[in-house]
Structure formats: structure tokens, C-alpha cells
Write a protein that binds this ligand. Structure first.
Ligand code: NAD
Length: 375
């Protein structure tokens, strides 16, 4: 099939949908690859590497006109779809702002749109799971970003100028991003603790060498369906805040990763709790775009309150564009390998993987009338 890759246009986006290594593999599987010129540049993959891997370089209009499947990190602008013939399949993350205008244009143009963030979190689809691959990068980068804003060192250092005690890191939410943040903070030499409302993660947190902080009597109430958390009642939320508040005064770095699918991020750090932290400490709030875990964080901004630096970074995976793209690219390759049989792509609404990913199906809205950006 003829696969097209567009240069990303969303703000802060440095990733590319396919890296040269994957292009080579897809070429070996008899697909044609049309790359928009400079598509990989911001991720550190020059056009020459794509040519060597067997891709054809083209301008944007030609990719939009000639590809049968358009592969993107974030779905393109609605205006781009004017040049796309009916029947084309667009694959990408549909979480960007303005996505509903994009979906309306895709519906009018009789296209099919598959949302990568909707890949089911099942064993069979694990290799296609971009939420996991990108959360891994985000969790790692959150710690590096936080550490670089700290007024102190994280590892214990014994030097001629004296001994510096190790720093303390506290990770809120021990899903994919949180566990990676715990592992990264441990590698940097911090004393790490982790908190989650799902008791099943206790062992995973401990196996990474961190202490698990438990909230009194929350128990299984935090465990929702599909391995996700669920929203807590008022009394349980009070216990959670109490447990977190107790830990905060001694911490240097707090990494917030707690999320509940389809809901605003749970509020875990109030302004008063921030005030209890010592000056020079840092909070990194990953779910800032879905409301944030910290009351004081602002999307894309650095806020300093009571001497505490609160970072609300946007699109962290994009800050490590080479490896984030490599992982995303492998997720796409796995998806294409699953969906394309005998050189044909048939998207069946009843398919256990493709079905839940469909936002538009041949111009039909597939029962999805609007999508909110963020999860
Ligand atoms: P997520 O991004 O939705 O949430 C991050 C974490 O925040 C979760 O661990 C959640 O329990 C936690 N959280 C929610 N509310 C909280 C609160 N009030 N206080 C503290 N923590 C809170 O989750 P995720 O990282 O995308 O994945 C979560 C789980 O999904 C995984 O641990 C796993 O069980 C499952 N999963 C399965 C697969 C698979 O089978 N292929 C892949 C990825 C994830």
C-alpha cells in the first residue's frame, strides 16, 4: 500500500510518525513510502536517511493527494484534508485542540480516522499501545526536567567539600509514567516513594526500590475497570490528601502523574500543601492539560510559589523526539502489520483493536460526534 507521512504542524511537536528504520521494514513488506520533505528533521532524522531507507520524498500536497494511508503523530489540520481523496485512512493522535473541526472535515471528505490513543490496553495490542510508549518517555523526562530545576543535588555525594545527603523524590500515580519516573529518580540516586490509589501497584513500586505510601482505608475503592483508577468519594479523597500531605515536607522533587481516563485529573496537591514544602523543591505536573494534580500548576508555565517551582510541561515525549518517535513508529508498524492483510486494509467496526479506534469510518461518524482533547 502507499503510506504517507506528514511533517507535524502542532505547537511543541517535534516527533515524526515513522523513523527510517521502520520505513525500511515497511518497504521490505512491499509498501511504498511517501515522506513529506523535512518530516523527520525536528526528531533528528534527515531526509537523506529516509531516502536511504527506500522512501520517496514529496511536498505536502503530493503526500496528501497520493497516500492511501496517512500516518501522523497528531492528526493534521482540517484544511489539509481538502486535498485528500475519499476512502483514505488517517491514523494519529486525535487529542489536539481543534480536533472536532478536523473530524468534521474528515466526515465531509468520506475519510476514515483511527485514533492511536484508543488502542485497547490488551495483551494482543500491547505492541501498538502509544499511551504506554509515550508515557514511558514522559515519566523519564519529567524526572530529568524536575532535577534540572532543583536547588539541590539528587544523589548522595561524598566530596572533599563535604557530604551531600541524597535528595527525596515522591511520585504521585504509579501507572506507566509514574513507574518510569520512580525508576529514573532511583537511577539518579534519590530516595524515592510512590503513591497510588490502586493497591495492586504496591509490589511494582517496591520492586523498583521505592517505598509505597498508602492511604488509610482507600483499599480497593481506587481500583476501577481495565486496570485503571476510578474517582474517589469525598471521604476517601480526604484520606488521600492526608496521606500525601504527611509526606510532602521532606520531599525535594514531586512528580505528578495521576490520571483517570475520561475525567479531569484528580487534585492531589493543594496550595496549602505546596506551602508546606521546603524552598528550592520542585513539582512537575504531567497531567496539567487535563486540569493537573497540583492546584497551582499552569499548562506550559513555570510557577514559583513559596519558593517551590511548579512546572506544567506540555508534550513531554516531544522533548525526547528521537526515541519517542522510534517507539511511536514501532507502535504504528505493529498496527499496520495487524490491519493490512494480503496488501489490503479492511477496517472492520467489530475488530477488537481497530473497532475502538474508529472516530470516522468512510465519512460516517461511527457514533463519535465529538472528541475532547486530553484523555
Ligand atoms: P493513567 O495514566 O490513567 O493513570 C496514571 C496513574 O494514576 C494510575 O496508576 C492510576 O491508578 C493513578 N491515579 C488515579 N487517580 C489517582 C489518585 N487520586 N491518587 C493517586 N493515583 C491516582 O494510567 P496508565 O499509566 O495509562 O495505566 C494504568 C494501568 O493500565 C497500568 O498500570 C496497567 O494496569 C494498565 N495497562 C495495561 C496495559 C496492557 O495490558 N496492554 C498497558 C498499559 C497499561
Amino acid at each position: 500500500m502507499r503510506l504517507g507521512v506528514l511533517r507535524e504542524t502542532a505547537p511543541y511537536e517535534r516527533r515524526v510518525a515513522l523513523v527510517p528504520q521502520t520505513v525500511q521494514r515497511l518497504r521490505a513488506a512491499s509498501h511504498e513510502l511517501l515522506m513529506e520533505r523535512s518530516a523527520g528533521e525536528t526528531a533528528g532524522f534527515p531526509d537523506a536517511a529516509y531516502l536511504e531507507a527506500g522512501a520517496t520524498l514529496a511536498d505536502r500536497a503530493a503526500v496528501l493527494r497520493d497516500a492511501e494511508i496517512l500516518l501522523t503523530v497528531q492528526v493534521p489540520e482540517p484544511e489539509d484534508l481538502a486535498g485528500v481523496p475519499p476512502g483514505v485512512v488517517v491514523v494519529g493522535l486525535a487529542q489536539r485542540s481543534g480536533v472536532n473541526r478536523f473530524l468534521a472535515a474528515a466526515t465531509a471528505g468520506h475519510l476514515t480516522v483511527l485514533a492511536m490513543e484508543r488502542v485497547p490496553r490488551t495483551t494482543k495490542a500491547q505492541s501498538m499501545d502509544v499511551l504506554s510508549s509515550q508515557a514511558t518517555v514522559a515519566g523519564y523526562q519529567a524526572v530529568l526536567l524536575g532535577a534540572s530545576h532543583l536547588a539541590r543535588l539528587l544523589p548522595m555525594l561524598t566530596t572533599a567539600a563535604g557530604t551531600m545527603p541524597p535528595g527525596r523524590a515522591f511520585v504521585l500515580g504509579a501507572g506507566v509514567a509514574g513507574l518510569q519516573a520512580i525508576a529514573t529518580a532511583r537511577r539518579l540516586g534519590a530516595i524515592v516513594s510512590g503513591f497510588d490509589v490502586r493497591p495492586v501497584v504496591k509490589e511494582q513500586v517496591q520492586s523498583l526500590g521505592a517505598t509505597f505510601v498508602e492511604a488509610e482505608s482507600v483499599g480497593a475503592a481506587g481500583e476501577g475497570t481495565g486496570g485503571y483508577a476510578r474517582e474517589l468519594g469525598e471521604e476517601q479523597q480526604r484520606k488521600v490528601l492526608e496521606a500525601i500531605a504527611k509526606q510532602l515536607p521532606g520531599q525535594d522533587l514531586v512528580i505528578c502523574t495521576a490520571q483517570i481516563p475520561g475525567k479531569a485529573a484528580p487534585r492531589l496537591l493543594t496550595a496549602a500543601m505546596v506551602e508546606s514544602m521546603r524552598a528550592g523543591s520542585v513539582i512537575v505536573d504531567l497531567p496539567v492539560e487535563s486540569g493537573g494534580n497540583c492546584e497551582l500548576s499552569r499548562p506550559g508555565e513555570t510557577v514559583v510559589a513559596h519558593g517551590v517551582t511548579i512546572l506544567g510541561p506540555l508534550n513531554l515525549p516531544s522533548q525526547i523526539p528521537q526515541h519517542a518517535s522510534l517507539m511511536y513508529s514501532r507502535n504504528l508498524q505493529a498496527l499496520l502489520g495487524y490491519l493490512i492483510q494480503d496488501g489490503r486494509l479492511d477496517i472492520d467496526r467489530d475488530d477488537p483493536i481497530a473497532g475502538p479506534m474508529i472516530l470516522v469510518h468512510g465519512g460516517d461518524t461511527a457514533g463519535v460526534s465529538s472528541v475532547t482533547s486530553g484523555r
